[in-house]
Ligand binder design. Structure first.
Ligand code: HEC
Length: 168
């Protein structure tokens, strides 16, 4: 073996060493006790008690965003601006299910077991605006909650507009 070949072998061996030693650690043939402070700190694991109560007066981020005792009362008058905004918002957020004129005949209507309500029937027009508001916020049956799509102001605009739809 020439001097040159020997040197080549040494270099190849040096290059391969990390690839042989590395897996020994990876597969824990040689174990190193790594610090695991995160796992070992005193803490409550998932599905373990005791559950801590939220601080007093914390704001809920899930569930209804209306305090049950406070039935919502409409603060926005049905003026021209509100109705204009309501019409646009209705066409974006409600029309797809409830139909152009609120008759419950939108393009998605047939996909529901209980079809979207006709919003111009006595049953709905007799409802308080606050009930419709809660329907928008909480959803109703198969109707999803639209709380994240509409700000409170926008919900009232939609309600103002829905009230102007001609009865069927
Ligand atoms: C994804 C489809 C969908 C959208 C979007 C939708 N609805 Fe509905 N809505 C429904 C369905 C379905 C029902 C009937 C649910 C049932 O009876 O189980 C319903 C029911 C209702 C009711 C009747 C609730 C009651 O008390 O009887 C009102 C009011 C209503 N929707 C208003 C709205 C308004 C306002 C919007 C827009 C901000 C809207 N919906 C958007 C599907 C939808």
């Amino acid at each position: 073996m020439t001097e040159r070949q020997k040197r080549g072998l040494v270099i190849i061996a040096l290059v391969l060493i990390p690839f042989i030693i590395g897996p020994l650690f990876t597969y824990e043939v040689i174990k190193i006790p790594f610090l695991t402070d995160m796992a070992e700190q005193p803490s409550v694991g998932s599905q373990e008690g005791p559950r801590k109560l939220p601080p007093a007066r914390a704001v809920p981020v899930q569930g209804i965003s209306v305090i049950p005792e406070e039935f919502p009362v409409k603060p926005i008058p049905a003026d021209e601006v509100s109705l204009q905004r309501g019409e646009i918002l209705y066409s974006i957020h409600c029309q797809i299910c409830h139909g152009e004129l609120g008759q419950g005949d939108g393009p998605l209507a047939e996909y529901f077991e209980r079809t979207p309500q006709n919003l111009t029937t006595d049953q709905i027009t007799a409802e308080f605006d606050g009930s419709v508001y809660l329907t928008i916020v909480q959803g109703f049956g198969q109707m999803p909650s639209l709380a994240e799509s509409l700000t409170p102001r926008e919900r009232w605009d939609v309600i103002n507009y829905v009230r102007t739809l001609p009865p069927r």
